[in-house]
Design a protein around this ligand. Structure first.
Ligand SMILES: [Zn+2]
Length: 57
């Protein structure tokens, strides 16, 4: 089970989506409202996600 990196709560909301050719998961903590993204188990900074989205045209 995953935990929030900030508050260590275990209640996360996961939303999977495809950005360009990659599968990306947005994870959001329902306690402290931290959001982060990962792709293939790799942490993805938000600017990287936006780059992937921008590349898809
Ligand atoms: Zn949290």
């Amino acid at each position: 089970m995953k935990h929030c990196p900030r508050c260590h709560a275990g209640r996360l909301v996961e939303i999977a989506l495809n950005v360009g050719e990659r599968k990306v998961r947005m994870q959001s903590c329902s306690r402290c409202d931290t959001r982060w993204w990962d792709s293939d188990g790799e942490h993805l900074p938000l600017p990287g996600v936006l780059d992937l989205a921008a590349a898809r045209r």
